[in-house]
Design a protein around this ligand. Structure first.
Ligand code: HEC
Length: 141
C-alpha cells in the first residue's frame, strides 16, 4: 500500500518536473491518424486549388498549409503507435518531415502573393516528394 502511494507520488513529481521544464510532448495520435485526419484533407485542399477567386478560397489554402505545419510539428516528435517515437528520432525521418514543413511554408508564400503558379509549383515540386520518400522508407506494406 505504502509503495503504491510512493510510486504515485514519484510519478506525479515526474509529471510536474516534465511540465515545468516543458519537456517532450507526449504523442496522442498515431502516425496513421495524423496522415488520415490532417495530412490527407489539407494536402487535398492544396493540390486541388485551382482558379482561386475569393478571399475565402485563398484563406482555405492558407489554413491547409498551416495545418500541414502543425502536423509536421507533431510528426517531429513521432506518433502514439508502437515504436513511432523511436523512428522519429532518425535523421531521415526528421529530414523528410522538415522538407514537408518547408514546402508548406512555400505554399504560404504563394498564398500571400496570390500567385497560383507558385502555388502549383510548391505543391508539385516541394510538397509531394517528401511524402514519397518518407513512405518508401517508413510505410510498411
Ligand atoms: C516523415 C514521414 C512521413 C511524411 C513526410 C509523410 N508521411 Fe504519410 N505516412 C507515413 C507513415 C510512416 C505511414 C504509415 C502509417 C501506418 O500505416 O501506421 C504513412 C501513411 C500515409 C497514408 C496512409 C494512411 C492509411 O490509412 O494507411 C497516407 C494517405 C499518407 N501517409 C499521406 C501522406 C501525404 C499526402 C504526405 C505528404 C504531404 C505524407 N503522407 C507525408 C509517414 C510520412
Amino acid at each position: 500500500m505504502f509503495y503504491k502511494k510512493f510510486a504515485l507520488m514519484v510519478a506525479t513529481a515526474l509529471t510536474l518536473v516534465a511540465g515545468v521544464s516543458g519537456a517532450q510532448l507526449e504523442p496522442q495520435l498515431t502516425v496513421k491518424e495524423i496522415m488520415n485526419a490532417i495530412i490527407t484533407p489539407t494536402t487535398g485542399t492544396i493540390w486541388g486549388a485551382y482558379q482561386l477567386q475569393t478571399e475565402a478560397e485563398w484563406q482555405e489554402v492558407e489554413n491547409a498549409a498551416l495545418s500541414v505545419i502543425a502536423a509536421a510539428n507533431l510528426l517531429s516528435a513521432g506518433g502514439a503507435g508502437e515504436g513511432e517515437v523511436a523512428v522519429a528520432e532518425e535523421a531521415d525521418w526528421q529530414s523528410y518531415n522538415q522538407q514537408m514543413l518547408d514546402a508548406a511554408r512555400q505554399v504560404l508564400v504563394a498564398v500571400a502573393a496570390k500567385d497560383e503558379e507558385a502555388l502549383f509549383n510548391a505543391g508539385n515540386d516541394a510538397l509531394y516528394p517528401p511524402c514519397e520518400s518518407c513512405h518508401q522508407q517508413y510505410q510498411q506494406q
